[in-house]
Design a binder for this molecule. Structure first.
Ligand code: ACO
Length: 262
């Protein structure tokens, strides 16, 4: 697919998806939703990736849903609006279930649906001057399809405060709420990003992905403790006998780097 609203690049084991409507602060319209879903689906099926980065071109990470497009679609009936909501929900689900480690790098503005995109990523690094807002209630709608992912990060009462007031807040407060992992100065962003990349590049790729899948299953599938015993014992039994487990333990004992460290 030739993209019009995003850009993708790849360097070695790292893919970056850039939101690319800088003149609209990267607000997402129907086409961007389609292109992002397509891009994340493709990267999810690519085996040899070890990090996927999501970030924005221009002044902002993302100003949420494109309000022109939202206003237009509202003229159609319930069915069209429902299908449209499902497309958005599918995008967030696709980002969340990307099997590779994902990092969102956020700056400028993160409004409305932008918070769904970043919340669905594994790690969020924000420039501390970023302005965040769940501005949906200010324009008469609700942060609905992003809800499941944002609430995983900020919980029920954090959600009530931020989503019901729609207030604006900055990076350090976002960090306090748990919406972002780290809020740092402009000068530190690239270093912090490189630190996370380095961690993922020194972790065994399949083990990192298995751990991501395990966390998602344990959190989302509401297993009993007993079911989780069998489930987790199965994971460790498989991984320690697999190539990476054998290589990692041998490398430690032989005082050398494992073969996945590039
Ligand atoms: N949808 C459509 N266009 C947008 C959006 C948006 N969400 N956000 C910004 N733009 C457009 C503006 O209309 C403007 O277009 P124009 O140059 O054709 O007039 C252009 O981007 C630049 O925006 P400004 O407002 O001039 O830039 P400024 O730096 O002053 O403010 C900010 C940036 C804070 C992001 C502001 O544009 C804003 O508040 N946007 C709305 C954000 C919002 O409420 N999003 C939630 C949508 S609801 C949802 O996500 C479900």
């Amino acid at each position: 697919m030739k993209y019009k609203t995003i850009e993708t690049d790849r360097k070695d084991f790292i893919a970056t998806i850039w939101l690319n409507r800088p003149e609209k602060h990267n607000a997402f319209d129907n086409l961007m939703i389609e292109e992002l879903t397509y891009a994340f689906t493709g990267l999810s099926k690519t085996d040899d990736l070890r990090v996927v980065i999501l970030r924005g071109k221009g002044k902002s990470f993302c100003a949420g849903a494109d309000l022109n497009y939202m206003k237009d679609i509202a003229k159609y009936g319930y069915k069209e609006n429902f299908e449209d909501g499902k497309r958005l929900a599918t995008l967030f689900k696709t980002v969340y279930f990307c099997p590779h480690p994902t990092i969102a790098v956020v700056h400028g503005a993160a409004f409305g649906g932008a918070n769904g995109l970043l919340s669905a990523c594994d790690i969020v690094i924000a420039e501390q001057d970023t302005t965040f807002a769940f501005s949906e209630v200010k324009i008469g709608i609700s942060p609905a399809t992003i809800g499941p992912y944002v609430l995983k990060r900020i919980g029920e009462f954090g959600g009530k405060e931020l989503m019901m007031t729609g207030k604006r807040f900055k990076g350090k407060e976002a960090e306090k709420f748990g919406l972002v992992n780290k809020a740092v100065s402009y000068d530190e962003i690239e270093r912090v990003l490189q630190d996370y990349i380095k961690q993922f590049m020194t972790s065994a790729p399949k083990a990192a992905e298995a751990t991501k899948a395990m966390i998602s299953t344990l959190v989302n599938d509401q297993m009993t403790i007993t079911d989780a015993m069998d489930y987790t014992a199965d994971i460790i039994a498989r991984l320690r006998a697999a190539d990476e487990g054998q290589e990692g333990m041998a490398a430690f004992l032989e005082k050398r780097k494992p073969n996945w460290v590039k």
